[in-house]
Design a protein around this ligand. Structure first.
Ligand SMILES: NC(=O)c1ccc[n+]([C@@H]2O[C@H](COP(=O)([O-])OP(=O)(O)OC[C@H]3O[C@@H](n4cnc5c(N)ncnc54)[C@H](OP(=O)(O)O)[C@@H]3O)[C@@H](O)[C@H]2O)c1
Length: 243
């Protein structure tokens, strides 16, 4: 058996297992499977490798994309620059960290911008936020990271005056707020400052329309959820595992 999987907590929202197992079925890879490994703490990772020696690759999700790095033998140049890992390649017991969220987000963002470079707000400062920031920087888009803690971002939510939201026409939610099963939660923004010139992207894809995207849609904003990114980052992980 050739095994792959996802580590994180919680994992009940994730579509990754279905995506990969459907792919293995379609491609006749009967000896391949993809499992969910919910870990309470990243310190449980070495035990997972002892228990599952046939693992060939892992995806990493909330909240371990940064804390997993010390457990790896090496990280590639991109994940070192981003400071987060969402894909681990395992060859002869050696663990290498990669970041395919960058490619996934790039494929979501660029077709929505049509060459424009709007000022942006990135909500949240975790692992996915770093991949988003990397793509915004390489695209020449000016942005600010909004965090609950001043020390982790450029500003806190209470400083988000309507004028700031009005000027920042691209808003990206990288927090888990609104993710299944807490579907009523949404980032605390002055939503009335959002209008038809805005583009809202939510990295959450379950549910398909989060409360954040609904508020934008109601006011005429263009919106996208994280499903396209999920598929693009999964395909990029698969290419890495087979390279
Ligand atoms: N579609 C995709 O392919 C894709 C890819 C990556 C991630 N995601 C989704 O993106 C989300 C974040 O993933 P991640 O790996 O970056 O997680 P993470 O490393 O835990 O970071 C999430 C960040 O969100 C903020 N946050 C957490 N709880 C919050 C709360 N209750 N209220 C306000 N802010 C909160 C925190 O930033 P502050 O402490 O600075 O506020 C935290 O650092 C998850 O829902 C994940 O499923 C989707």
């Amino acid at each position: 058996m050739t095994r792959y999987g996802l580590i994180g907590k919680p994992l009940s929202h994730s579509f990754s297992q279905r995506y990969f197992n459907d792919k293995f079925k379609r491609e006749g890879l009967r000896d391949h499977r993809y499992d969910l490994f919910e870990l309470d703490d990243i310190a449980q990772l070495p035990q997972l490798f002892d228990d599952a020696p046939d693992l060939r690759g892992l995806n990493v999700t909330v909240p371990f994309k940064q804390s997993v790095i010390p457990y790896l033998h090496e990280v590639d140049a991109l994940s070192a620059a981003v400071g987060a890992v969402n894909t681990i390649r395992i060859v002869d017991g050696r663990l290498t960290g990669h970041n395919t969220d960058v490619e996934g987000f790039r494929r979501t963002l660029l077709p929505m911008l049509h060459g424009a470079k709007p000022r942006a707000l990135v909500l949240g400062s975790g692992g996915a936020s770093r991949a988003v920031a990397y793509v915004l920087k390489e695209s020449g888009i000016k942005f600010r990271v909004v965090s609950r803690e001043r020390s982790r971002g450029d500003m806190t939510y209470d400083l988000l005056e309507p004028i700031v939201v009005d000027v920042c026409r691209l808003i990206i939610n990288t927090t888990p707020l609104g993710m299944h099963p807490e579907t009523k939660a949404l980032p605390p923004l002055p939503y009335d400052a959002i209008g038809s010139h805005h583009t809202l992207i939510d990295l959450v894809y379950n549910p398909a329309q989060t409360a954040f995207l609904r508020e934008g849609s109601l006011r005429g904003a263009a919106t996208a959820n994280g499903l396209h990114m999920l598929h693009a980052q999964a395909d990029a992980s698969w290419s890495l595992w087979n390279s």
